[in-house]
Design a protein. Structure first.
Length: 275
């Protein structure tokens, strides 16, 4: 009797042994914020950090958070009923420092009311990363802009008016105000709102823990709860929120990890790969 992929995964969740007990057969050094690919025939399930999921395109894809503190990451894959283990060593933080000057100092030194607003918004957004369900996307993802240039600043350690702030967890694309912005894949809009730092923003859940983000829009064309298709227009480029000029901030969270979105805009075979 044949079993569905979902049933196989549920069976494996209870049967996979700790990765520390698996024989480590492969190792790779990778920068934070990347995605590591481990391809092979007959992969039934992938594991990292106690989570188990189904492979995509015949490979396990392991997202490594931009600010992951553990220098060693043990990962696994199940093939033919056996668990194979591997290790990812996190390289030194490779990203540059970025200094930004804002004329509006109130966007750097927040008032008490703005702080309350930001904390409430952060709490709302933090609940979006627990995405579950089957993937509704294909790799590579579609470009969020029709004429996308080189994206930049992912991982940059930022100083606003000489004050340190969180690293930049997305990529910025220079584009004229009003240019159309498109969904990178099919999914459900889990938040469309005007937020303090990111301005008019759209968050889309694509299943499998993948959430895409589109910030600083001048206009949003979707609402929370909407279903959208791949390459469907969801807004227009702007400079709302904390921005020094019109551009699109495009971000990705995958299984909670902040990863470089441009990695998912190219063929998966180009990702760093375990042997």
């Amino acid at each position: 009797m044949s079993r569905s992929p979902t049933l196989i995964l549920l069976m494996l969740v209870g049967s996979i042994s700790p990765l520390s007990a698996a024989l480590e057969t492969a190792e790779i050094v990778a920068p934070p914020g990347t995605i590591v690919r481990w391809a092979g025939e007959g992969i039934e399930a992938c594991e990292m950090d106690g989570r188990v999921w189904t492979p995509l395109g015949g490979a396990c894809l392991y997202p490594i958070d931009l600010l992951r503190s553990d220098p060693l990451v043990d990962v696994g894959r199940r093939r033919n009923g056996s668990l194979e283990g591997a290790r990812i060593r996190i390289a030194d933080y490779p990203y540059p420092v970025q200094y930004i000057t804002l004329e509006n100092d109130s966007q750097v030194n927040l008032s008490e009311s703005d702080l309350r607003r930001v904390r409430a918004e952060q709490k709302r957004v933090a609940g979006l990363w627990d995405s579950i369900g089957a993937p509704a996307f294909e790799l590579p993802l579609a470009s969020p802009l029709r004429n996308r240039g080189a994206g930049g600043r992912f991982g940059s350690r930022r100083f606003f008016n000489d004050q340190p702030r969180s690293p930049h967890s997305g990529v910025d694309y220079a584009a004229p105000a009003g240019e159309a912005v498109f969904s990178a894949a099919s999914g459900r809009v889990v938040l469309a709102d005007d937020l303090f730092f990111s301005g008019r923003s759209v968050f889309i859940d694509h299943g499998d823990g993948l959430v895409s983000m589109y910030f600083h829009l001048s206009e949003t064309l979707v609402e929370t709860g909407d279903q959208v298709g791949r390459t469907e227009q969801i807004g227009r480029v702007g400079q709302t929120g904390r921005a020094t000029g019109p551009h699109l901030h495009f971000g990705i969270r995958w299984k909670g990890a902040r990863v470089d979105p441009e990695l998912l805009l190219s063929a998966p075979e180009a990702l760093p790969g375990l042997p």
